[in-house]
Ligand binder design. Structure first.
Ligand code: SAM
Length: 234
């Protein structure tokens, strides 16, 4: 399914990453399962093997080049969809503890079958982030909350920061022109420190990774419920 091992290694290297046979085999099975499942349940518009390698797998794994993820860190992936970024990251860094959250059960079902198939250990949560974050087992429990391509910075901050423990980090993976200032007020209200952003390239495409350190507790009235979130950004 994926480009052969040697070619995949060189594409990884062009992006500053190393690949070994074990990781390659898991990614290859992931790609095949994704493309087949995608024929009956819509998971992704990207189905060409080379593009899956670059735009899904490398684009996910590259997170670890920009954020220091200590051994055994816990990460909740908010709006994970077909598992991006945290499933490829977990394949690359098996020590990480990942929690996959999505509001669509068909995506969670896909992820459960995928993780079983490729022997990836993960926790699965079906629900809306704004509801799940209020639950005691998830409230301020994670070292990291990450999200790729889910919402604008203000809304995303409200969906993610409540999951992060004080001292942990919220990570947003965005397009190159994401307006960071849109999230500044929300980040401050929710207990985050200053927003920092870094641009980089994956293949030919520019990306922006945004990180926010959590320095104080989130007031318990956040995140607001879905209808309030829709009405007004923080
Ligand atoms: N992160 C994946 C990626 O980069 O390919 C999926 C991105 S997809 C555009 C957005 C995902 O976020 C969808 O799977 C959707 O169901 C989920 N989502 C949107 N709002 C959500 C919310 N409030 N709580 C949980 N999941 C949500």
């Amino acid at each position: 399914m994926l480009p052969d091992f040697e070619l995949s290694c060189s594409i990884f290297e062009q992006n500053g990453l190393k690949l070994n046979r074990e990781i390659y085999n898991k990614l290859d099975s992931y790609a095949e399962f994704l493309v087949n499942y995608n024929k009956k349940i819509n998971l992704t518009a990207i189905t060409e093997p080379n593009e899956i390698l670059i735009k899904h797998f490398i684009d996910s794994i590259i997170l670890y080049k920009f954020v220091d993820l200590p051994q055994n860190s816990s990460i909740i992936d908010v709006g994970t969809g077909a598992g991006f970024p945290s499933v490829p990251l977990k394949i690359y860094r098996p020590d990480l503890k990942i929690t996959l959250l999505d509001s669509l059960n068909k995506r969670i079902n896909f992820l459960m079958q995928l993780c079983d198939l490729i022997s990836v250990d993960a926790e699965f949560v079906h629900g809306r982030a704004e509801d799940m974050a209020k639950m005691p087992e998830f409230w301020e429990k994670f070292d990291f909350a990450c999200a790729r391509a889910v919402a604008n910075m203000s809304l995303l901050s409200e969906l993610c920061i409540p999951f992060v423990r004080v001292g942990g980090t919220f990570i947003a993976m965005k397009g190159p022109n994401e307006d960071v200032s849109l999230g500044a007020r929300a980040v401050e209200i929710l207990g985050g420190d200053a927003i920092s952003a870094q641009n980089y390239f994956v293949g030919e495409e520019e990306r922006r990774i945004i990180t926010v350190k959590k320095i104080s507790q989130t007031p318990p009235k956040y995140p607001r419920n879905s209808s309030q979130l829709k009405k007004k950004l923080l």
